[in-house]
Design a protein around this ligand. Structure first.
Ligand code: PGA
Length: 259
């Protein structure tokens, strides 16, 4: 994880896109070209699981790493349709997105996410834990919501393991819009400080300062620089803009040059 500390993390969440393996390979190669020369950025692509194996054969040289979008909390067994962490690792993926709001809205609970977090730690898969409120109310209820999500996700996680988790703050109201509708850098910074405060209350200040926190929600080339410069995050989880190699390439380029 030390390696991640010194680099910006730009993570593509392709969700259930694109439609064919051919398109997936083309997009991946396009992204790889952009990522290839950027030394200050770790680029990670999380495609649909079915494309992982084929893309992993294009991964030579570690310019781009691979991640899954979900796992089950056991390594094998009678769980039709699920994928275990050791299966994901065995085809060359080192990361996994957990608790994305689109999965939570399909019924994934905090308890399930906590179980997935624990097994990914055990199997040395780096989890990208998504948290984020539905709305921002003026009374600050959303802060309780966030505190609760973090507390439940980290239940019985050892403090030494917290620094091997990437936290992705993804406010649901900002997902799938355009760059101008994303959070602004000031609000983002405040929220990141709050997240560190919660982690500090659960563990300690030292751990809270070390945990890697990124942002997701309508990151596009036009807001990436400001959010990275002043938002207090060390990278992005990028949805729709990661489906266009040039837009995603621009975000990688910005991350490589921002101080
Ligand atoms: P978006 O998606 O960039 O399209 O808003 C982000 C996400 O859902 O991870």
């Amino acid at each position: 994880m030390n390696m991640l500390k010194n680099k910006k993390l730009i993570i593509a969440n392709w969700k259930m896109n694109p439609e064919t393996l051919k398109e997936a390979r083309g997009l991946f190669l396009g992204i790889k070209k952009h990522a290839g020369t950027k030394r200050k950025v770790q680029t990670i692509v999380c495609p649909p699981n079915i494309f992982l194996s084929s893309l992993s054969s294009l991964c030579v040289g570690n310019k781009v790493s691979l991640g899954g979008q979900n796992i089950f909390w056991k390594n094998k067994g009678s769980f039709t349709g699920e994928i275990g962490p050791s299966q994901l690792k065995s085809i060359g993926a080192n990361y996994v997105i957990l608790g994305h709001s689109e999965r939570r809205s399909m019924g994934e609970t905090d308890e399930m996410i906590n179980r997935k977090l624990k097994i990914s730690q055990k199997e040395k898969l780096i989890p990208i834990l998504c948290i984020g409120e539905h709305d921002r109310d003026s009374h600050g209820e959303y802060l309780h919501f966030l505190r609760n999500q973090i507390t439940l996700a980290f239940e019985k996680i050892k403090s030494k393991d917290i620094q091997n988790i990437i936290v992705a703050y993804e406010p649901i109201w900002a997902i799938g819009k355009v760059g101008d509708d994303a959070i602004n850098s000031e609000k983002l910074h405040e929220t990141i400080l709050f997240i560190r405060r919660v982690i500090s209350d659960l563990f300690n200040k030292n751990i809270a300062m070390k945990v890697v926190i990124i942002y997701g929600g309508s990151v596009e080339p036009n807001n990436a620089e400001e959010l990275l410069k002043n938002g207090g995050v060390s990278g992005f989880l990028v949805g729709h803009a990661s489906l266009n190699k040039d837009s995603f390439g621009e975000i990688i380029e910005i991350a490589n040059t921002v101080k």
